[in-house]
Design a protein around this ligand. Structure first.
Ligand SMILES: Nc1ncnc2c1ncn2[C@@H]1O[C@H](COP(=O)(O)OP(=O)(O)OP(=O)(O)O)[C@@H](O)[C@H]1O
Ligand SMILES: [Mg+2]
Length: 726
């Protein structure tokens, strides 16, 4: 399974005037690429805190007590704000409950959508160039090391060719993009012009048409105009004639009325421009090679589709076959080198576990941490294009865990002393009969045993990851990996030249607005947030979230502020966008009903913990935790007139979380042990687990409540019925 985000043992507290509030207590979950994970739970269960932690926007009084959030080789809890900025909104976007809170009330909607696009584009182009160069240098090094020395000259030449062809491709692509942008701009201006004219706004028709004429003549990139050249010239002439025939309105007449000729020729130009801009793009990486080898050949003899195919064959036969055969040896070499180092490092990691579980000095602990981290970093196969976050973040994770141990080793006694002193003082004053208005600040002390266990857990996790890696080493297909690396170069090369101009951003914004279901986007583009209804605002927020083409979208109760019909529409929109764009979604809600048709996986949260975790089917058809039962029975169901079961009682005060199962107080199935000890996760199946003592083999058998089984039967018969009906 392809995990795009991993949250591990996340623990977050808040400093408050009445003590430390434990908002998130040791939660772990994975988000799979292209899937939706729903996090469901009552108000205050820690859903928003979790999502804010992922985006690095926790409030100032938060304390990250432990855990990791792994994404693309990084631990999001431990990267700099500068690095976080590159991820926030760009790779991971967020949609909040209240759309107004994410919109700037005094900036027009259009600008709010385009702003991010332009800024992010600049940063990502720079990044792409660096990644391309670094990766190519690394590949070359490995190819040289893996192959016979007699091949050195050949390898150098091949790598140089790869670099040159990408430069050649870049040049062509730059020109193409530039002129395509002009075509996009022109189309946008014509649309605007016709729109304004239809509203009878005052316009300088002759001047604008001259500009259109010039812009039209400027579009002559061979790929763009290969099949439209004559048509464009013809339309240019028509436009010129219409312009010359145009008679400006008399003085005093403010409204613009276009002549039929003008409207008609502009209407004819529009689809041509639309076709040009929607045209399949040439594959510049391949064509770059053809051009490098045949500098004088014509590139537009064939239609683009055909030429793309031809160029691929040409590239394969003359270059790629040889390149990949030498490359895959380099890739294998790099993999095996790293694999040997992984095997060696596992033994060291095992020793380190014993070391950190015992007594150690700070100097020794830090020294070992550095040695281990150096070795782990050497054991990473840097040629792999998808980064293994656990290995990449090992150094920071281990360092943090060790520093924390030593911090509290020193701080705990200090804190105990302070607390004792202040409490004693308070008691003294009270004993003297004085009124004391101040409270003693609660003590923050950590169990050193737990902190040691955290250090060991970091090491243990890498051992598990590496053991798994080693076990699967034989399955690796180096040819496949080599092709993936070529794709990586291709991607980076085209990111370098992909420049988003203001007008391009505007057209993309308008497209996005259309995509999220805003009517008349061209008018709406210039409006302020207050001119939109709640549902429309949420659509705009979704458009903004999509603007940078993120991998992950976090939706925090995106529909609670909306009425039921709009709610359904927004959910459907999110669902469709997810499918079309292969997005990974974290969907946060207090209403299980909302996620029924959306979630692939569900995590049920209660009092800062995940109490049940499974696929949507597991949770809906085979729920095991009494809290999940309670959530399910409080879910409205169209087929029953029965009164809904509200969950009795209230969640516990998280400044003093209960010792046992936090739900015990409200749970009519609670047993003695529920009040004494926190239940661990019990596996129900490979995909499904729940933290309730009811699953312990010695627990008395408790039947799923009838209300739930009835509901399940209804759901089953309903889906069965639908299938029969088809
Ligand atoms: N900045 C803060 N300072 C103190 N406590 C906080 C802070 N932010 C959140 N909390 C507390 O953390 C706990 C979890 O809050 P969170 O916002 O994650 O709840 P939630 O599950 O999103 O609930 P809701 O459904 O109401 O949005 C709550 O008890 C909340 O009061
Ligand atoms: Mg919330």
């Amino acid at each position: 399974m392809d995990k795009i985000l991993e949250v591990k043992d996340l623990k977050i507290s808040f400093r408050t005037s009445s003590g430390t509030l434990k908002a998130v207590r040791d939660i772990s979950f994975d988000l799979e690429r292209g899937k939706t994970l729903a996090i469901v739970g009552e108000s205050g269960s820690g859903k928003s805190v979790t999502s804010k932690a992922i985006l690095g926007i926790l409030a100032g009084n938060s304390i990250i007590e432990g855990g990791e959030i792994l994404y693309d080789g990084k631990d999001l809890l431990r990267i700099s704000e500068e690095d976080m900025c590159k991820i926030r909104g760009d790779k991971i976007s967020m949609i909040f409950q209240d759309p107004l809170s994410s919109l700037n009330p005094i900036v027009k909607i259009g600008k709010q959508i385009t702003e991010a696009m332009i800024l992010k584009n600049r940063a990502s182009r720079k990044d792409a160039k660096r990644s391309f160069n670094n990766h190519l240098a690394l590949l070359k090094k490995n190819m040289l090391a893996a192959n016979d020395p007699s091949m050195s000259a050949e390898i150098n030449k091949l790598v140089e060719t790869l670099d040159k062809m990408s430069i050649e491709g870049n040049k062509l692509e730059n020109n193409y993009n530039g002129e395509k942008t002009e075509a996009v701009d022109l189309l946008s201006e014509i649309e605007d012009f016709l729109f304004k004219a239809s509203k009878k706004q005052k316009l300088d028709v002759k001047k604008t048409l001259s500009e259109f004429e010039k812009a039209l003549a400027g579009i002559n990139d061979p790929f763009l105009t290969a099949h439209y050249d004559d048509k464009l010239k013809e339309l240019g002439a028509e436009l010129s004639a219409a312009k010359n025939a145009y008679v400006a309105p008399k003085k005093g007449d403010e409204a613009t009325v276009l002549s039929d000729e003008i409207t008609s020729v502009l209407e004819k130009i529009k689809p041509i421009l639309a076709e040009i801009t929607a045209h399949q793009a040439p594959n510049f990486f391949r064509i770059g090679y053809y051009k490098l080898m045949n500098p004088n050949a014509s590139l537009t003899e064939m239609p683009i589709e055909e030429f793309n195919e031809f160029a691929l064959k040409y590239l394969d036969e003359n270059f790629m076959k040889e390149f990949i055969s030498l490359e895959s040896k380099g890739v294998e070499y790099s993999f095996k080198q790293a694999l040997e180092k992984k095997k060696a490092v596992i033994a060291k990691l095992e020793e380190a576990k014993t070391f950190y579980a015992g007594e150690f000095s700070k100097a020794d602990a830090t020294k070992l941490c550095k040695e281990l981290s150096d070795e782990v970093e050497e054991s990473i196969d840097r040629l792999e294009t998808s980064k293994d976050s656990v290995a990449y973040t090992f150094r920071t994770a281990l360092t943090t865990a060790i520093n924390k141990y030593f911090f509290y080793l020193k701080n705990n006694p200090k804190e105990e002393k302070r607390f004792a002193k202040q409490s004693a003082k308070r008691d003294r004053l009270i004993a003297k009969g004085k009124t004391v208005t101040w409270k003693v600040v609660p003590k923050v002390v950590f169990d050193l045993k737990d902190l040691k266990a955290d250090i060991v857990a970091v090491i243990d996790r890498l051992i598990v990851r590496y053991t798994d890696y080693i076990a699967k080493a034989d399955e690796v297909d180096f040819n496949e990996r080599s092709v993936a690396i070529i794709d990586y170069f291709k991607d980076k090369a085209s990111q370098v030249v992909y420049k988003v101009t203001a007008k391009m951003a505007k057209e993309r914004a308008i497209k996005l607005m259309e995509e999220v279901g805003i009517h008349e986007p061209r008018t709406r583009y210039y409006q302020y947030p207050f001119e939109f209804s709640g549902g429309m605002r949420q659509r705009i927020v979704i458009a903004i979230a999509l603007a940078a083409d993120p991998d992950i979208i976090i939706c925090d109760e995106p529909t609670t502020a909306l009425d039921v019909t709009i709610q359904a529409q927004i959910l459907e929109l999110i669902n469709n966008l997810k499918k079309e764009r292969n997005l990974s979604v974290i969907f946060i809600t207090h209403d299980l009903g909302v996620v029924a048709n959306m979630a692939d996986d569900i995590a049920v949260m209660y009092a800062g913990k995940i109490v049940e975790y499974g696929t949507a089917d597991d949770i809906f058809y085979d729920p095991r935790h009494p809290y999940t039962w309670a959530l399910l029975s409080s879910m409205p169901d169209l087929d029953t007139k029965e009164k809904l079961d509200a969950i009795p009682g209230t969640p516990p005060n998280m400044i003093y979380p209960p010792k046992g199962d936090a739900f015990a107080d409200r749970n009519k199935y609670a047993m003695q042990i529920d009040f004494e000890e926190c239940p661990p996760f019990f596996d129900v199946s490979e995909t499904h687990k729940a933290a309730t003592w009811l699953l312990h083999p010695d627990a008395p058998k408790v039947e799923t409540p009838k209300a739930i089984t009835d509901r399940i039967n209804r759901m089953l018969s309903k889906s069965g019925g639908e299938q029969d009906g088809e």
